[in-house]
Ligand binder design. Structure first.
Ligand SMILES: Nc1ncnc2c1ncn2[C@@H]1O[C@H](COP(=O)(O)OP(=O)(O)OP(=O)(O)O)[C@@H](O)[C@H]1O
Length: 683
């Protein structure tokens, strides 16, 4: 109604219309009762209410806002309505599902019909899954359907919450894409929620790595599609490449008419996106653009081997400077001369061009010094496979660009893949902004609320917990070296088992190599355990299914981080629930909170502790000077909280700043590239 009113104000100045939209957005999002102070920080509007017409408009919008029920009121009304559906027989409930779909097609997303749809979905979810949405979940569902970002604490049940906006929007005729961070979660969610989705006469599709195009096309034809950000963004790029210059609707139709489009598109367009673990996808993964490339045939004629040999003759400090935190290498003037001299007699053309040879030398140094086996990649089946630290998983079919991948392959003496040629590229920022309606949910959005608003237009609404959090956080213990840390971790597990019974324990590590080190320390201490990392990913479901049993000790990379639901059995709950041990803080505290969030879900008991070492990557990369001061001044170890936490905060603040700068840089570089390509006729 108000949109229509707005359009009638066509005569108003653009500025006033902007105010009206802003105000209407505020009114519509209805965020006040639940919004946390930090979430309210958005860009300050640049206008003032200084003209009579503006004032009238403001009063009108305030009245609209006051007249609207709060999210909680609405959620409670929905629960009441849903209990009425509980009395219906299965046949009558099915009839109600058909009817609501017709209404949504007719009325679109009006408040009354949306509430009715949510009430029905709650009841169907209760019958099919045994889970009826709590009022807080209904509130989060409303926020997302409205194009907002719901911050729900870890373990509060985001999986079934996403059903509410997904089914409602799909019934209203919008193709819905539900994004999550890995294939395991996409498959788990799609399969477990399918019965509810199908009861509404909708189909649910799944996009995972390794599918061929026809299978993907069939999945995208479904009403609701589950998949990862990487897979779906690459499919979008594939479609863009297939379309070439025929991007507009009209041009495409003409091209199809004349048979010029050889490959049918995979997707049905970008309509409504629901992004789970939104901060991971929108922020952490937005540092590097996604590049679709084709492998070029080509013999490397030994250039990579020569580059590695040359790099081994250069000396750090004299010829090059390394910055671990930013993974960058800079050649000094001396280094540049050395590269020119050492490459003088080499046969490959790359060495004759100054920029090319310096670039190659820097990449060779990176390959040997900055990219480490079992941290950045693993070698399996004779292949170098990149491990994504934030998810702990192998990124199948991905490679580093600019020859780096081939250099690492040469270093590891495996078959060298062909160099890849860029066909299309995009950043997540640009991809997600193309959706008509974008929404998200996560347990950890607080500190990036400003960036989410500025880059994606997403307003963060903090949803309260359904039950109070019972997790006891046992602080931060810091020891001087990694070796001592692993031993300390083993002692902690033994102590827990000795003093608190066979509580299940989850030990989180930052890399495959670290998980191996913890495993060795536990074996030495005689503690039975299982390891979950990129090498054991096929056993993931089974390991996670047993992780909540008494006596279970799981050592895991971030594979057991975000999204992983460890279900406790009754004995484990009675013993005090899951105990989480973090063995290395991440560059962002959000990932740490996700790991701690595996414990004490849904009002269960649980506890957590952080055990770190002064020589941890985070401290040496991002607060080296402070780490040196601590090292020389502290005489009594271990450090508990106090100074240990100060060092952590400083390092994480520096890391966050660096990564935010990287994201800006990526965006700017993409923008520049886009303009250059437009100038060159490529865009
Ligand atoms: N309405 C509900 N009633 C009962 N149990 C529920 C309800 N909603 C969710 N749960 C249970 O809560 C647990 C956590 O759910 P889920 O994994 O979806 O949480 P999450 O918010 O996605 O967690 P994370 O932030 O870690 O990804 C699951 O075991 C789920 O079955």
């Amino acid at each position: 109604m108000v949109e229509a009113t707005l359009s009638r104000w066509g005569a108003l100045s653009g500025k006033v219309r902007e105010k009206a939209r802003h105000f209407w957005h505020e009114a519509r999002s209805d965020a006040r009762p639940v919004i946390a102070p930090y979430a309210e920080r958005g860009p300050v509007p640049s206008w003032k209410w200084d003209r009579p017409l503006d004032l009238m408009l403001g009063r009108f919008m305030l009245a609209v806002q006051r007249g609207k029920p709060s999210l909680l009121d609405r959620a409670q009304r929905i629960v009441l309505r849903s209990t009425e559906f509980a009395d219906l027989s299965d046949e009558l409930l099915d009839a109600a599902c058909v009817e609501i779909r017709e209404r949504l097609m007719r009325e679109r997303l009006g408040e009354g019909v949306v509430d009715e749809a949510f009430a029905l979905i709650r009841e169907v979810s209760g019958r099919e899954l045994g889970l009826r949405h709590f009022p807080v979940q209904l509130m989060a569902g409303l926020v997302m359907l409205d194009g907002g970002l719901a911050e729900m604490a870890t373990g509060e049940g985001k999986t079934i919450t996403a059903l509410l906006p997904a089914i409602t929007a799909a019934m209203a005729g919008m193709p819905v894409h539900v994004f999550t961070v890995n294939d395991y979660l996409a498959e788990r969610d799609c399969n477990s929620l399918r019965p509810v989705i199908e009861r509404f006469g909708l189909r649910c599709g799944l996009i995972v790595n390794g599918q061929e195009n026809p299978e993907r096309r069939a999945a995208y034809a479904c009403h609701i599609v589950y998949g990862t950000n990487k897979e779906m963004t690459f499919d979008y790029l594939r479609d863009q490449t297939a379309l070439g210059k025929r991007r507009g609707q009209g041009r495409r139709l003409v091209a199809e008419l004349f048979g010029q489009v050889t490959q049918p598109l995979l997707m049905r367009g970008l309509h409504f996106a629901i992004v789970d673990e939104a901060d991971s996808i929108f922020i952490d993964e937005a540092r590097t653009p996604l590049i679709l490339s084709a492998e070029l045939p080509g013999d490397t004629d030994g250039v990579y081997l020569a580059a590695l040999e040359l790099a081994s003759m250069l000396e750090e400090g004299r010829d090059y400077i390394l910055t671990e935190g930013t993974r960058s290498v800079h050649l000094t003037a001396h280094g540049k001369d050395s590269v020119a001299q050492l490459s003088g007699g080499l046969p490959h053309t790359q060495w004759r061009i100054r920029l090319a040879r310096e670039e190659l030398a820097m990449r060779a140094i990176s390959a040997t010094r900055l990219f480490l086996r079992d941290r950045d990649y693993i070698v399996t089946d004779g292949k170098v496979q990149i491990v994504d630290e934030s998810t702990g998983r192998v990124m199948a079919d991905r490679s580093w660009e600019g020859g780096l991948h081939q250099l690492v392959e040469t270093k590891e003496a495996v078959d060298i893949s062909g160099v890849r040629n860029t066909m299309a590229r995009i950043t997540y920022q640009r991809f997600f902004r193309r959706y008509r309606r974008l929404s998200g949910m996560t347990g950890t959005a607080g500190e990036v609320a400003d960036e989410l608003w500025a880059d994606y237009g997403l307003k963060v609404v903090v949803i309260p917990r359904n039950r109070p959090n019972l997790r006891s956080d046992r602080g931060h213990v810091m020891v001087p070296t990694a070796q001592e840390k692993w031993a300390f971790v083993a002692t902690e597990v033994a102590q827990i088992h000795a003093q608190e019974g066979a509580r299940p324990v989850l030990i989180g590590t930052r890399s495959v190599a670290d998980s191996d080190s913890v495993s060795q320390a536990l074996t030495l201490a005689g503690i039975a355990h299982r390891v979950l990392n990129a090498r054991q990913d096929e056993q993931e479901a089974e390991i996670i299914a047993q992780a909540g049993e008494p006596g279970a000790v799981i050592v895991a990379t971030n594979m057991a981080g975000r999204g992983t639901d460890i279900i406790l059995n009754a004995t484990a709950k009675a013993l005090g629930g899951l105990h989480v041990i973090l063995t290395g803080f991440h560059d962002t505290a959000r990932i740490d909170r996700q790991l701690f969030g595996r414990a004490a879900r849904q009002g269960d008991p649980g506890s957590s502790i952080a055990i770190t070492a002064l020589d941890d990557q985070l401290y040496t990369d991002f607060a080296p000077r402070a780490a040196r001061i601590v090292s020389s001044s502290v005489k009594i170890w271990p450090l508990i909280d106090g100074k240990a936490n100060m060092l952590r905060r400083l390092a994480q603040r520096n890391a966050e700043k660096r990564h935010a700068a990287d994201r800006r840089q990526t965006e700017l570089a993409e923008e520049r590239l886009r303009k250059t390509m437009a100038f060159g006729g490529g865009e």
